[in-house]
Design a protein around this ligand. Structure first.
Ligand SMILES: C[S@@+](CC[C@H](N)C(=O)[O-])C[C@H]1O[C@@H](n2cnc3c(N)ncnc32)[C@H](O)[C@@H]1O
Length: 175
């Protein structure tokens, strides 16, 4: 992290709310996105992706619609932010072009400062100005599943395979 005097390594919820705002994304048809309301520096922890922790088999049992905010942190470790209304990180979209990404998910399956449970720290890839929309790569698994489901016009039609691969083929940030 680019630390300065008084810099906060991992922001608490109040600081997240003071620094970020969900509003309609600049990507057409992408729903909401997350926007910076202050400047961040490269390496800063912008916010924290957190929620209910699930194993692979628990994640695989979710319906596709329930996987919207599901993120894989590692083997046997998923985080579902769908019921975590205070989790602003879940509004981050994927620009799908490396040059347009502003952040990355720094996955911490063993927890992070201030968090005993698995989380992903959203870190700034570069300096981010107030007003910019945040984007982070979800990983190729996500988009393979997303594009297949879109082409079929149906949700929840991924082949089961083993539990791990079924859960990985879910429409949540996989990275
Ligand atoms: C984790 S949510 C991100 C927040 C979401 N936009 C919302 O309104 O809650 C993931 C969903 O955002 C949308 N999304 C993210 N990046 C996108 C992109 N580049 N193009 C289109 N939709 C995108 C897709 O609907 C995806 O399933």
């Amino acid at each position: 992290m680019a630390a300065g005097a008084g810099a906060v390594e991992v922001p608490d919820l109040a600081l997240e709310r003071d620094s970020l705002e969900p509003r309609p994304s600049g990507i057409p048809d992408a729903g909401f996105g997350l926007f910076a309301t202050r400047r961040f520096r490269a390496g800063d922890v912008v916010c924290v992706y957190r929620g209910r922790t699930l194993t692979t088999s628990e994640a695989a049992r979710l319906d596709t619609a329930e996987r919207y905010y599901l993120m894989r942190l590692g083997p046997q470790c998923y985080v579902d932010a769908s019921a975590e209304d205070s989790c602003l990180a879940r509004f981050i979209n994927d620009a799908r072009r490396a040059a347009k990404q502003t952040c990355w998910f720094d996955k911490q399956p063993d927890g992070a400062p201030g968090y005993d449970e698995p989380v992903a720290l959203v870190r700034a890839l570069r300096d981010i100005e107030a007003g910019e929309e945040l984007f982070a790569p979800y990983g190729s698994w996500y988009w393979v599943s997303f594009d297949r489901a879109k082409a079929r016009g149906a949700a929840g039609t991924e082949p089961a395979g083993d539990g791990e691969s079924k859960a990985r083929a879910s429409p949540g940030p996989q990275a």
